[in-house]
Design a protein around this ligand. Structure first.
Ligand SMILES: NC(=O)c1ccc[n+]([C@@H]2O[C@H](COP(=O)([O-])OP(=O)(O)OC[C@H]3O[C@@H](n4cnc5c(N)ncnc54)[C@H](O)[C@@H]3O)[C@@H](O)[C@H]2O)c1
Length: 336
C-alpha cells in the first residue's frame, strides 16, 4: 500500500462501493480507507474489500494526510461541505453528482477551486460513458448530423419510491434537476460543445402531492445556447415508464433518436425511408467507469473524461433551471 502513488478514501458506500473497482484498475492507485456513517453497512462493505481502514466519521478521511484523493458518494446535501473540506486539505476529488444544491455553495466551491488550482476534481456524469452516446458524439463530431439546432433530453427516472421512501425525500431540500436532470444537462453540453445562456423552466408535484415529498417531482426547462441552438430538458422522477434517457438530437442533415432497442438515425424526411439502427449498448457501462481516466490524468497528466470545468458548467446550468422553476422567471446561467 505504502508505495501507491495515489491513496484514496471513499466516503459513502452505496454507489461509492462501485468507485473502489474504478480506482483499483490502476495498480498505482489504492483505496486505503472506507467511510460510511452507517456502521453496520460499513462493516458489510469492508468485509467485501478487506485490508482497508474503516471509519464512520467522514472528517477522519477528509483530514487524513495519508489520503491524496477523496471519492465522495454521500447523500447529495453533504457533497458541498465535504468538497470544500477536501479542497482545504489539498486533496483531489471525485464527487458524485450533484456537486452541490445551492448557488451559495456553488460560489464557495468555485472560489475554493480557483484559489487551489493544483487540485483536480471530476464527477460521475456517467452518460458520457454509454457506448450509444459515445457513438452519437462521434457522429456529431464527424458532421453526420449537420448543424445541431434543437435537442431534447428527458431524464425519465421511473423510480417514484426513491423520492417518497428513500433518503432523497428526507433531506431539508431536494431537487430532481440537480439529482437527476443534471445527467442529461451534462450530456447536452458534452454533445454540443456549446453553453446554454438563458433558461426558462416550470415544475409540478402532481404525482407526489399526496405523499410527504415537498418539492417538484418533475421539472421541464427550455435552454438557449450561445450558438443559437435550443433544447428541452426534463427531470421526471415519478413517471410510470421504465428508467430511460429519452434523447433526440435534430441536426440540419439528420436526426438521432434514442430507443429502447436501438437508436435511430433519420437521414430523410421520406416516411418510407428506413432509419439506420444504431444498437450500441445502452447503458453498457458501470458506475466506476469514468474513474480510470481521472486517475490517469492525475498520475500522467492530460485530460480526464470529465474535467472540473465540465462539472461546474453542468452545475451552473442545473442551478439556473432550478432558479427558473422556483421563480417562474427566465434565468441567465452564471458560469464561474
Ligand atoms: N452517477 C450516478 O449514476 C449515480 C447513481 C446513483 C447514485 N448517485 C449518487 O451517489 C450518492 C449516493 O447515492 P446512493 O444511491 O449510493 O445512495 P445509498 O443510500 O445507496 O448509499 C449512500 C451511502 O452513503 C452513506 N452516507 C450518507 N451520508 C454520508 C456522509 N455524510 N458521510 C459518509 N457516508 C454517508 C449512507 O449511510 C449510505 O450507506 C448520491 O449523491 C447520488 O446522487 C449517482
Amino acid at each position: 500500500m505504502s508505495d501507491s502513488q495515489l491513496r484514496v478514501g471513499v466516503i459513502g458506500l452505496g454507489v461509492g462501493e462501485a468507485h473502489i473497482a474504478g480506482f483499483e484498475q490502476d495498480r498505482r492507485c489504492r483505496v486505503t480507507a472506507l467511510c460510511d456513517i452507517d456502521g453496520e453497512h460499513l462493516a458489510a462493505v469492508a468485509a467485501r474489500h478487506p485490508g482497508k481502514r474503516t471509519t464512520t466519521d467522514p472528517e477522519m478521511v477528509l483530514a487524513d494526510p495519508e489520503i491524496d484523493l477523496v471519492s465522495i458518494a454521500s447523500y447529495d446535501d453533504a457533497h458541498a461541505g465535504q468538497v470544500i473540506k477536501a479542497i482545504a486539505a489539498g486533496k483531489h476529488i471525485f464527487v458524485e453528482k450533484p456537486i452541490c444544491f445551492h448557488d451559495a455553495e456553488f460560489a464557495a466551491i468555485s472560489a475554493a477551486l480557483a484559489a487551489n488550482p493544483s487540485i483536480r476534481l471530476s464527477s460521475n456524469l456517467i452518460l458520457r460513458r454509454y457506448p450509444r452516446f459515445l457513438r452519437l458524439k462521434s457522429l456529431i463530431e464527424a458532421g453526420g448530423l449537420g448543424a445541431l439546432y434543437y435537442l431534447e433530453a428527458d431524464y425519465n427516472y421511473g423510480r417514484m419510491e426513491k423520492i417518497i421512501q428513500g433518503w432523497r425525500g428526507k433531506l431539508p431540500f431536494y431537487s430532481v434537476v440537480h439529482g437527476g436532470g443534471i445527467h442529461v444537462i451534462d450530456l447536452l453540453l458534452w454533445l454540443t460543445g456549446a453553453r446554454p445562456v438563458d433558461v426558462v423552466a416550470m415544475g409540478t408535484n402532481i404525482a407526489s402531492r399526496a405523499t410527504d415529498f415537498r418539492f417538484n417531482d418533475t421539472v421541464a426547462a427550455l435552454l438557449r445556447f450561445d450558438n443559437g441552438a435550443v433544447a428541452k430538458v426534463s427531470a421526471n422522477f415519478p413517471c410510470v415508464y421504465p428508467h430511460f434517457h429519452d434523447v433526440t438530437v435534430f441536426g440540419t442533415d439528420a436526426t438521432w433518436r434514442n430507443g429502447r432497442d436501438a437508436a435511430r438515425l433519420y437521414r430523410s424526411r421520406d416516411p418510407d425511408a428506413a432509419p439506420d439502427l444504431l444498437d450500441d449498448p445502452y447503458p453498457g457501462s458501470l458506475k466506476g467507469d469514468l474513474i480510470p481516466s481521472f486517475v490517469t490524468a492525475l498520475l500522467d497528466g492530460g485530460k480526464a473524461e470529465v474535467e472540473c470545468v465540465d462539472v461546474l458548467n453542468a452545475m451552473a446550468v442545473s442551478l439556473a433551471v432550478e432558479r427558473a422553476a422556483a421563480t417562474g422567471q427566465p434565468q441567465r446561467v452564471s458560469y464561474h
